[in-house]
Design a binder for this molecule. Structure first.
Ligand code: S3P
Length: 169
């Protein structure tokens, strides 16, 4: 079966939806950011501050390459889609699902979230967010499946993905 791989912007709920989806499918759950934190021995935000984004991206790719295509659900960091070589790994590992969440909902969630995103720690973070989303939209659309998400509860999103996977196995 391989992995069901959730991709999408910061705040799109990949980890929360992923955990619920794994529960519904009765498979293991993995999270690239969590795996990286274990590997790097520090929170990602700290890693960004000390070593910068490029160093983080190198580790992200190496970590992806070290994963095996077992069954499970994999939540990813929002920027995993930036490197072409990561796409080869994502294809090897399973099926990608883009959580296409309404940008207003994303911004609201990010405002409320306790977890600070290093890329958005700037004065005009909403503008930065919009420009990141614009630059990534076409790349997210390379996903095998897309699920459009508005304001619904994340548990419902997980159920929707489960249904989608049954329709297009
Ligand atoms: C990033 C998203 C973050 C994390 C890092 C970079 C991005 O993960 O990997 O801060 O480039 O969009 P989340 O998508 O879980 O916030």
């Amino acid at each position: 079966m391989g992995l069901v791989i959730l991709i999408g912007m910061m705040g799109s709920g990949k980890s929360t939806v992923g955990m619920e989806l794994a529960r519904l499918l009765d498979v293991d759950f993995f999270d690239t950011d969590k795996l990286l934190e274990q590997r790097l021995g520090r929170p990602i935000r700290q890693w960004f501050q000390i070593y910068g984004e490029q160093a983080f991206r190198e580790h992200e790719t190496l970590m992806l390459k070290s994963l095996d295509a077992e069954s499970g659900v994999l939540a990813t960091g929002g920027g995993i889609i930036l490197r072409d070589e990561n796409w080869s790994e994502l294809k090897r590992l399973g099926t990608t699902v883009f959580l296409d969440v309404d940008p207003e909902v994303l911004k609201r969630r990010l405002t409320q979230s306790k977890r600070k995103r290093p890329l958005l720690e700037v004065d005009n973070w909403e503008e930065k967010f919009d420009s990141i989303l614009n630059s990534r939209r076409d790349v997210y659309n390379r996903a095998d499946q897309t699920i459009e998400v508005g304001d619904e509860a994340l548990v419902d999103v997980a159920q929707k993905i489960k249904n989608l996977l049954h329709e297009y196995p």
